[in-house]
Design a protein around this ligand. Structure first.
Ligand code: SF4
Length: 346
């Protein structure tokens, strides 16, 4: 099997928020890779650190949050003197968030599809003007050419009457059309990585199915990599090939979607999977829930972060030591003492 170099490599990433009340370790040592054309799902309950991870990659964490440690390595492509494309690795944590290089990567090479498209567009400019402006910012084209490209993008995302919709304001579009417009905006600079942050949370189930289908088609046509962030493992099953399961700022398990769905190793992943509705469920049958609640971020438990809710916790071990993320089997990694004894160095 040929080795494909990762497009994005995140190693032991830590992002903390320093508040008067204490330090919130929103991301506390997260590691994963994304290869060209791959769809990676990051899943977890709210507060697990998945959105802060995405913001760290884009270098848009709001103060008092900041990257505290780790690496975010991006494979940047540049045109050499003879016109050929050469790639070089750039350490994004070393770039200032508003530096020219970081702004060129954010929006140009890595684009975001935000959770709430209403707030992504300015209400006082037409969606077309905002997309045309984004195209002209990252590409050397005049306004007429940028408008033609914007119409093509609207066609690509299945926008009905693209010329007319380009001159609409975001508040004149339905939720589904707004979501298509924001996907067109994200694609406007032909990014090599799209980060989709819960893109189907604010839309109904029919629109959700359409948006997921559209993202799958666009990914296949353009061979762009996608990081898909969601709380819903059911959505991951429809779009992703590889999944990272997060809990309280840490990776509990990661591996190919097929392996994780058919043989989940970590008790948290097992509990998440049991709580997905199944076609075999009988009407009014209560879905299993995960016992207990997510601890307050200031009160992270010592040891394995899942131990207060874990039915298989080993007393004296899981409540004292934090398991490291280790390979289990051929393709999965898990941080659980049921499979190995390796712990995170203090
Ligand atoms: Fe449960 Fe212990 Fe595994 Fe944590 S390390 S998931 S508490 S068995």
């Amino acid at each position: 099997m040929t080795h494909v170099e990762p497009l994005l490599s995140v190693r032991d990433l830590k992002a903390y928020f320093h508040l008067d009340e204490g330090v919130v370790k929103a991301v506390d040592g997260v590691t994963f890779e994304v290869r060209p054309g791959e769809v990676l799902g990051i899943v977890g309950e709210s507060g697990c650190g998945k959105s802060v991870t995405m913001k760290a990659i884009l270098r848009i964490i709001d103060p008092p949050g900041r990257i505290e440690g780790g690496e975010i390595r991006w494979r940047h492509e540049v045109q050499s003197g003879n016109g050929s494309i050469v790639s070089e690795n750039i350490e994004l944590t070393q770039l200032a968030p508003n530096s020219k290089e970081m702004r060129a990567i954010r929006g140009g090479e890595i684009a975001l599809i935000p959770q709430e498209p209403m707030s992504a567009f300015s209400p006082v400019h037409t969606v077309g003007n905002q997309i045309i402006e984004a195209i002209m910012l990252h590409r050397k084209v005049d306004k007429r050419e940028a408008r033609r490209m914007a119409i093509d993008l609207f066609r690509d995302v299945g926008m009905p009457m693209p010329e007319r919709r380009l001159d609409a304001y975001s508040w004149q579009l339905s939720g589904g059309l707004r979501q298509r417009a924001i996907i067109a905006m994200a694609l406007s600079c032909n990014p090599r990585l799209l980060i989709a942050d819960e893109p189907t949370t604010a839309v109904d189930v029919t629109t959700q199915a359409q948006v997921l289908r559209l993202l799958r088609e666009l990914q296949a046509q353009r061979n762009a990599a996608i990081i898909f962030i969601t709380h819903d493992l059911g959505v991951i099953a429809q779009v992703a090939r590889y999944v990272v399961v997060m809990y309280l700022g840490l990776v509990m398990e990661q591996g190919p979607v097929d392996d994780i769905f058919h043989a989940p190793k970590h008790p948290y992943t097992q509990a998440l999977l049991r709580s997905i509705p199944s076609m075999a469920s009988t009407p009014r049958e209560a879905l299993p829930t995960i016992s207990g609640s997510i601890p307050h971020p200031f009160n992270k438990p010592r040891g394995c972060p899942f131990h207060p809710r874990c039915p298989q916790a080993i007393p004296g071990k899981c409540d004292q030591h934090q398991p490291a993320l280790q390979p289990v089997g051929e393709r999965q990694l898990t941080s659980c003492f049921l499979y190995h004894d390796r712990e995170v160095a203090a």
